[in-house]
Design a protein around this ligand. Structure first.
Ligand code: PRP
Ligand code: URA
Length: 209
């Protein structure tokens, strides 16, 4: 069973409050979404494979631990997941990046795949999916399906806002993955938007309407 981590951090709460504010413009929204991704990354990468290494400091020899294995892959779900990608890369600059394009149908709310480009050796990499919004969960479930088809075994999903319905759907479909949530909100509305949420994350990050 994978873990579900709901962030409990004053800085993350503060920044999410600014994101939610309808008066926050594109420039600030983009910057703050990236900052939240940096802060959440500390938790997402808390557990990583490491190997012992001998280091000589100016004072003494010591045995330390450093990351081992293939580089992780960050997988933003297009478009809005791109808003978190650079934040994750600040913390894990050597990571590879794969892209999954999913658009949610406005009427059925079902995700439609329009792009998928992933690096090689996915079965040997830790994959971190980024998407600010986990609403019905359809997009997240589909993204994890695509990664599992490519052989991924260690999958971590990070979002800024989740609805209880989406979290339950993702957890049920993929009990083995780790899920990191900035804020667990109240519910979905009749248009499958998260309440209170922050509106359309993609539009707010890219300044589209
Ligand atoms: C949004 C969001 C998620 C999805 C969440 O993307 O970024 O990918 O909706 O909804 P779900 O949990 O009900 O699937 P959208 O499809 O609007 O595309 P965009 O990022 O290009 O704006
Ligand atoms: N996608 C968004 O961008 N926001 C929501 O509230 C739901 C889906």
């Amino acid at each position: 069973m994978g873990k579900t981590v709901i962030m409990d951090h004053a800085l993350i709460s503060h920044k999410i409050a600014v994101l939610r504010d309808e008066k926050t413009g594109t420039r600030d929204f983009r910057i703050i979404a990236g900052e939240i991704a940096i802060l959440m990354s500390y938790e997402v990468f808390r557990e990583m494979p490491t190997v012992p290494v001998k280091i000589k400091t100016p004072v003494a020899e010591t045995e330390e631990r450093m990351l081992s294995g293939r580089k992780p892959v960050i997988v933003p779900i297009l478009r809005a997941g791109l808003g978190m990608m650079n934040g994750v890369l600040e913390v894990m600059p050597s990571a590879k990046v794969g892209h999954i394009g999913l658009a949610r149908d406005e009427v059925t709310h079902q995700p439609r795949e329009y792009y998928c480009n992933l690096p090689s050796h996915m079965d040997e990499r830790i994959a971190v999916i980024t998407d600010p919004m986990l609403a019905t969960g359809g997009s997240a479930v589909e993204a994890v399906n695509l990664l599992k088809e490519r052989g991924c075994r260690d999958i971590r999903f990070m979002c800024i806002i989740a609805a209880p319905e989406g979290l339950e759907t993702l957890r049920t479909a993929h009990p083995d993955i780790d899920i990191y949530v900035g804020s667990l909100d109240r519910k979905l509305n009749e248009n499958a938007y998260i309440v209170p949420g922050l509106g359309d994350a993609g539009d707010r990050i890219f300044g589209t309407e």
